[in-house]
Design a protein around this ligand. Structure first.
Ligand code: FEO
Ligand code: CA
Ligand code: CA
Length: 640
């Protein structure tokens, strides 16, 4: 069992738990129900209670053949499953005729890239069309580019054309997918298909819209931004929209040689992270456009069903390095959004809307994410925790401390969380809400700096040199209420990741079953099984016990016992990410990100296949991030 598990924590969950309406339930019925039924919320609350009384807390079957660790350059699934590559970097988007063909030597133009799948697929969600679990849209994030692979000659002869191609390979894809006779495919011509890039016009809404810190020469209103950057994990709202999250956006900007304190707090630095966009697009030169970085770091909401919809940056959810935005409902029907800020010693956030979710889809809920209260988590001793409101006038967020308005707090969210006294965590990545109990799980992927001078361990982050990471679970409120809108919570560790059998302390953990490290992607399926995806960095993978763990993987775990079973291993150099189930659970979509990544920051265009040629093989040219669909050969529910 995972560290700290105990009956006292488990026994009060079940039929007495809070009726938290879940995304799974809403998703299955969405559009139909929310468009046309006035009593939809009440009905779904009823169905939830039913699901809990069906005995969810029995041990889960994990009824598949575990796969062994692997260092092969292949995608491995259990023998009773089949995996098919669906959508690779460079595949055409939504065009039957005249679509640009992917050129394996990296020579597609930037204009062609705007009509092709972006690079480095990450968070993802499935949206059924007319409630059909076998026909829907996939919204897929393209987190970042490896410019060594993106261009024929890598970063040599750097040019405006290369910057535009890199910008076009970022953002989001909307593609239409359908299953016929067990085979999933991308519809080559689709009225829904869309690419959103680092240049797509977006609106800004919420309390920070129009604030002076968001105004630029090109946008004196502070309300319209071009593009979204470094779209990492994602979320789905109960009213059917997609939430795409801007993570390491700071890396694209070149600050002055001496960034100011606010810029430093968000990691802005001279020359950025080497994308070199500022050399040909002055928008990314902070000295010339000091407010442009303030227009990134947001959660962006978009309607996947409307290809003309202008994506909206929702400032009420704060400005951080957003990993994901996972939604659930409070007992009284408000939306609650859980969000991690993925950097060492950063925080976990929760937004609670002011208003309740209404039937009627996006039209009825178009402003819901603009009004509400943002909170940040403080993990106290003995398994207690508190949500600290990031509201002007509370928790030291006063003009004397530099927070004159709510917009100040939302633009400088990290500084506000510092002021409020939140707990600094070991890189919060994905968050998952149990579909029946509302219990919340978060991955803390790793933090090798934990335990260094001035960076002490604490109860929630208990290991120095935390290479392997851990998972924390919590329940909201006191007693048995477990209301997602509660102001406090009770927490405990799920596992400390790592090998229970090793004698090397940094690699030792208490995982039960198949061993893993650096948990990152995390999601429940509708049956309450917890799926865990790993992202051990290439540099860490070649050290210590990580050597024995092989390539990155996806596992399925029982959230009660902690028992984990390895379901999938990825090709060389990749991380596993993007996790979306069809509502009938007969298919799961995942993303293979950055196959072939080496310890260096950019791949070598002369020898791009040094580590991997997945998925196209040796004749293919370059390794390509891709969306994969996995199903059981007998057509049954995945994982059972
Ligand atoms: Fe984009 Fe924190 O992973
Ligand atoms: Ca991640
Ligand atoms: Ca990661």
């Amino acid at each position: 069992m995972g560290r700290g598990f105990g009956e006292s924590f488990d026994q009060d969950v079940g039929v007495n738990g809070a009726p938290n309406l879940t995304l799974h339930e809403v998703d299955t019925a969405r559009r139909h129900v929310f468009k046309c039924t006035a009593g939809a919320v009440a009905m779904l609350l009823g169905s939830h209670t039913l699901a809990m009384s069906a005995g969810w807390s029995q041990p889960l079957p994990l009824g598949f053949t575990a796969v062994p660790v692997s260092v092969a350059d292949t995608l491995q699934v259990p023998p009773e499953y089949v995996a098919n590559v669906l959508y690779r970097w460079g595949d055409a988007v939504g065009m039957a005729a005249g679509a640009p063909v992917f050129k394996a030597d990296g020579s597609n133009t930037w204009e062609e890239q705007t009509l092709q799948a972006g690079m480095h697929h990450d968070g993802m969600a499935f949206f059924p069309i007319d409630g059909n679990p076998r026909h829907g849209l996939l919204a897929i994030n393209h987190e970042y580019t490896d410019d060594g692979l993106l261009h024929a000659d890598g970063m040599q002869h750097w040019s405006a054309e290369k910057v535009r191609k890199s910008q076009a390979a970022h953002g989001v894809s909307i593609i239409e997918v359908i299953e016929r006779q067990g085979q999933w495919r991308v519809m080559p011509k689709s009225a829904f298909a869309r690419r959103i890039t680092a240049s797509t016009p977006m609106a800004v809404s919420g309390p920070a819209r129009g604030h002076d810190l968001l105004k630029t020469e090109a946008d004196p209103s502070g309300s319209h931004v071009l593009g979204t950057l470094n779209n990492c994990a994602a979320g789905q709202t109960p009213w059917g929209t997609y939430l795409t999250c801007e993570e390491n956006w700071n890396g694209y900007f070149s600050a002055s040689t001496t960034p100011n304190a606010d810029e430093q707090r968000y990691g802005l630095r001279h020359q950025g992270w080497g994308y070199r966009w500022h050399e040909h697009d002055e928008r990314f030169d902070v000295a010339r456009h000091p407010n442009e970085p303030n227009r990134f770091g947001w959660v962006v909401e978009l309607d996947p069903m409307d290809p003309t919809h202008t994506p909206i940056k929702r400032t009420a959810l704060g400005r951080i390095k957003h990993e994901g935005a996972i939604t659930t409902l409070s007992q009284d029907g408000r939306v609650v959004v859980y969000m991690g800020d993925d950097e060492r010693f950063e925080y976990i956030y929760k937004f609670v809307s002011r208003d309740k979710v209404k039937p009627g889809g996006i039209k009825a809920n178009r402003d819901l994410l603009d009004h509400g209260a943002l909170h940040v988590a403080r993990f106290d001793a003995a398994g207690h925790g508190r949500w600290l409101a990031l509201t002007q006038g509370e928790n030291g967020l006063t003009p004397e401390n530099g927070f004159a308005s709510q917009a100040d707090i939302l633009i400088r969210t990290r500084q506000a969380a510092d002021q409020a006294g939140a707990t600094k965590m070991d890189r919060p990545e994905w968050i998952a809400v149990h579909p029946h109990t509302g219990e919340v799980f978060v991955t803390l992927t790793n933090n090798k700096q934990r335990g260094q001078p001035g960076r002490d361990i604490d109860e929630a982050n208990p290991r120095g040199d935390n290479i392997m990471g851990h998972i924390i679970r919590w329940r909201e409120g006191h007693g048995e209420s477990n209301d997602a809108a509660a102001q406090d919570f009770r927490w405990m560790h799920f596992p400390l990741a790592g090998d229970p059998g090793t004698d090397k302390p940094p690699y030792r953990g208490d995982v039960q079953g198949d061993m893993y490290g650096s948990p990152d992607g995390l999601a429940f399926d509708a049956g309450g099984m917890l799926w865990i995806q790993t992202d051990i960095s290439t540099s860490a993978m070649h050290k210590g016990s990580c050597k024995r763990m092989g390539n990155n993987m996806m596992l399925c775990a029982d959230p009660v016992s902690g028992q984990a079973k390895r379901f999938l291993t990825g090709p060389s150099g990749c991380e596993i990410t993007g996790l979306a189930f069809t509502p009938d659970r007969r298919a799961v979509f995942i993303n293979i990100q950055h196959p072939g990544e080496t310890a260096s920051e950019r791949s070598d265009p002369v020898n791009p296949q040094a580590i991997s040629n997945w998925p196209d093989g040796p004749a293919g040219g370059r390794p390509r991030s891709a969306t994969v669909v996995i199903r059981r050969k007998d057509g049954g529910a995945v994982g059972t």
